[in-house]
Design a protein around this ligand. Sequence first.
Ligand code: SF4
Length: 223
Amino acid sequence: MTGRRPVSIILSPFFRQSGAKGERELGLTGFTRREFLKRGAAGAGAFYVSSLGFDVAVAEATTIKQHLRIEGATVSHSVCPYCAVGCSLLAYTRKNANGSVELLQIEGNPDSPVNEGTLCPKGASAMELAISKRRFVSPLYRAPGADEWKQVSWDFVLDKVARLIKDARDRTFVTKDEDGNVVNRCEGIAFAGGAAFSNEEGYLTTKLMRGLGLVYLEQQARV
Ligand code: SF4
């Protein structure tokens, strides 16, 4: 254990809220969490947190490596697309000599009062949405009775979805209820919006679905 002094502390009680941006101060030392991370936990080589299994020296090495990787990069603000919490993200990009833009890193925004720099495992994998080679980039279709998927065009899928919606709507459209009241509604289709919807997307899709007569509308943000 050369050069390291084991200590057992719980980190969170030592952070206290300070400032309009929700930055927290590390009560133990007086400097902020951001500074703590920025400095790579100055003197990290001198101790580590044994009870949490969190090796500050490793964190420091990772931080330094990331600093090099994102040096000179453009920082853009974004929002995690996965759920309604809406955690704030920072995306680091760099323009290459050939004009292409390379995504270098995505991380939680420490200035956000929503997530204060943290991300859950889903949000932490946000970069994979953009760069993972395992992502499907074109639609697959498995015909009824078929046992394998085949690659199809987006036009094929849009036509297919439109046809299925039309058929289901025609089949389940109700013009009058049991009491003879005119209702003109489609009871055979439900629609659920995702948390990644913008206000405008939510407005437009709601209009479209209401126009089709749908009454069962839901949004993940309400869940
Ligand atoms: S990081 Fe996790 S909690 Fe935050 S918005 Fe994304 S999925 Fe939701």
